[in-house]
Design a protein around this ligand. Structure first.
Ligand SMILES: NC(=O)c1ccc[n+]([C@@H]2O[C@H](COP(=O)([O-])OP(=O)(O)OC[C@H]3O[C@@H](n4cnc5c(N)ncnc54)[C@H](OP(=O)(O)O)[C@@H]3O)[C@@H](O)[C@H]2O)c1
Length: 208
């Protein structure tokens, strides 16, 4: 509860600061990871994640309300296709986001009915500018994976990392953020316990 209060105070503070520089939206990497820093196993399994807790007990419902545009890499998109949409099933699932989504890939991937998905590749900077223009003054969610988020970091375009650290270790897998960020370090803004399954950490990211 105290952590939640701190978070809301932090939000008010950062909003005020951003408003004074005329910049409302933030580019956020919001994801869950294992205690040893992996967002998925090497073969893209997330089976370890879902038993750890209920997403509705996390900051996610409030977070997603403040998102105006999403970006993800092709492995994340293909995970969504396999596990959520299942296009070959007699009753395919629905794309869960109403916001426009930019998917990075060098390949030609299939879109999804009734979903606003834009396929892009290469430099993240012009894509970020396009996302900003369409995000309706809301935040940009970098869904993952880690290297794609690293490309936004390299370009000075990552403001925050919000990660739910799950109470499991995987030993190996897809890393949270394969970059070296040491000096200046990330700035820890808040810590929230979510049952016994997660600790949610929020960091502000320094410019590279
Ligand atoms: N734990 C969580 O909450 C969470 C959150 C998000 C994702 N995940 C999972 O984590 C895994 C992430 O996989 P991943 O690390 O391989 O990352 P990914 O970013 O989802 O996919 C990487 C692929 O995206 C494409 N790509 C990346 N940058 C690009 C660029 N600038 N231009 C064009 N294409 C680009 C490349 O593939 P091609 O060019 O070959 O298409 C690259 O191999 C997935 O299994 C996902 O489901 C977990």
């Amino acid at each position: 509860m105290a952590a939640l209060k701190r978070l809301s105070t932090y939000r008010k503070r950062t909003r005020t600061k951003q408003e004074t520089v005329g910049e409302l939206m933030r580019t956020q990497y919001y994801t869950a990871m294992s205690l040893d820093g992996f967002i998925a196993t090497k073969d893209d399994s997330l089976d370890w994640l879902f038993p750890l807790g209920d997403i509705n007990d996390t900051s996610y419902p409030q977070f997603i309300n403040e998102v105006g545009a999403l970006a993800m890499g092709s492995a994340t998109y293909e995970w969504m296709l396999r596990h959520v949409i299942k296009p070959d099933s007699p009753t395919p699932g629905k794309w869960p986001y109403r916001q426009p989504t930019w998917v990075f890939s060098h390949r030609q991937l299939s879109g999804i009915d009734n979903a606003d998905i834009r396929f892009v590749n290469g430099d993240v900077r012009p894509v970020h500018a396009q996302m900003r223009a369409e995000a309706d003054d809301k935040n940009i969610w970098l869904v993952g994976g880690g290297d794609l988020v690293g490309q936004f970091y390299d370009a000075g375009l990552l403001n925050e990392i919000i990660t739910q650290v799950g109470s499991v270790t995987l030993g190996a897998g897809k890393p949270l953020l394969p970059r070296r960020i040491t000096s200046p370090s990330l700035k820890l803004i808040s810590v929230q316990q979510i049952g016994q399954g997660f600790a949610e950490l929020r960091y502000e990211v320094p410019l590279p």
